[in-house]
Unconditional design. Structure first.
Length: 44
């Protein structure tokens, strides 16, 4: 499962996108990958 989160700071527009990849199974749920991308880098 992948989750995309628009992160922000205070009341200003989003400053980043976080992609979190989860692996779920009988032994629990684990984060297998976490990627943070700055908004500035997305417009390049």
């Amino acid at each position: 499962m992948k989750i995309l989160v628009h992160s922000w700071k205070s009341a200003v527009p989003p400053y980043g996108l976080d992609t979190i990849t989860l692996e779920m199974g009988p032994s629990g749920t684990f984060v297998t990958e976490f990627i943070h991308r700055d908004v500035e880098k997305l417009t390049e």
